[in-house]
Design a protein around this ligand. Structure first.
Ligand SMILES: C[S@@+](CC[C@H](N)C(=O)[O-])C[C@H]1O[C@@H](n2cnc3c(N)ncnc32)[C@H](O)[C@@H]1O
Length: 256
């Protein structure tokens, strides 16, 4: 898979039109993450002030992991959510799937140089809309900052449900409109101005990946609306809560 994008995908500096990837064309999104993969983790740490590490750690608690559980980390990227789950419960088996080969390769490389955890996830290149697993394979499934990027959200949820056992727990960690009204002006300024500026600069993204991040977050449903979307699929017992500082939500649900 190539890391370079065709010139027609490059965005003009200062472009005011909405990002051309906002309708989530699969191959373009895959290319976008292939492009930013080498600096993805570093930029997460810088742009979130390291809070993203804590978000994943808190979010995996919703799965109530037990030794022996087989867990899917869909849209796993470089595998940070998988590692948070394995740190919380080393007795589980985690399969991480993602369609960006470069994200998977960077995750694999990172784990080889990091010690402290015995086993990593098994990584598989796959589209979340068409997972290469049999029905009822997993005891639970989780997705961090991935669902916002899929082209067909209900179809992705149905596909996750298919590969999960009935009664299995689903956890989705995703950005959400700032829940604290008094923080909204700062949050809008940071997400709309600072994050795209720094992100595009530091990643060197020709497709302005961090402008896409800002716009895709603005385009994403709020917590209640996303809960309704999940309820319209085979999942039930849907609940959600926001995490500090209020711009991230954890949705949890039970399959079947
Ligand atoms: C923002 S990253 C999140 C990565 C990781 N979960 C994390 O917490 O850092 C989104 C990931 O979703 C993947 N992705 C987006 N749409 C996908 C799809 N339809 N199938 C598989 N992976 C997808 C991208 O390749 C990317 O690695």
């Amino acid at each position: 898979m190539s890391q370079s994008m065709p010139p027609s995908d490059s965005l003009a500096e200062g472009s005011v039109e909405s990002h051309p990837f906002l309708n989530k064309p699969g191959t373009k999104i895959q290319g976008l993450f292939d492009e930013i993969a080498p600096r993805y983790d570093l930029l997460n740490r810088i742009l979130s002030f390291n809070i993203d590490v804590w978000w994943r750690k808190r979010a995996v608690r919703s799965l109530r992991l037990k030794p022996g559980d087989k867990i899917l980390d869909a849209c796993c990227g470089t595998g940070d959510l998988s590692m948070a789950a394995l740190t919380a419960e080393p007795g589980i088996d985690v399969v991480g799937s993602d369609f960006s080969l470069q994200m998977l390769l960077n995750g694999d490389r990172k784990r080889r140089y990091k010690s402290g955890i015995e086993r990593g996830p098994k990584l598989i290149q796959a589209d979340t809309l068409n997972l290469p697993f049999q029905d009822d394979t997993f005891d639970g499934a989780m997705v961090a900052f991935g669902m916002r990027n899929v082209s067909d959200l209900p179809a992705a949820l149905r596909e996750l449900s298919r590969v999960m056992k009935p009664g299995g727990r689903l956890m989705i960690l995703e950005f959400t409109p700032m829940t604290h009204r008094w923080l909204r002006p700062f949050s809008d300024w940071y997400q709309g101005k600072i994050l795209p500026l720094l992100g595009n600069l530091l990643s060197g993204s020709r497709v302005k990946a961090y402008s896409y991040l800002d716009e895709s977050v603005k385009d994403w449903p709020d917590g209640d609306r996303f809960a309704e979307i999940i309820r319209a699929t085979p999942f039930h017992a849907v609940r959600w809560r926001s995490l500090f500082p209020g711009n991230v939500a954890v949705h949890e649900a039970v399959n079947g």
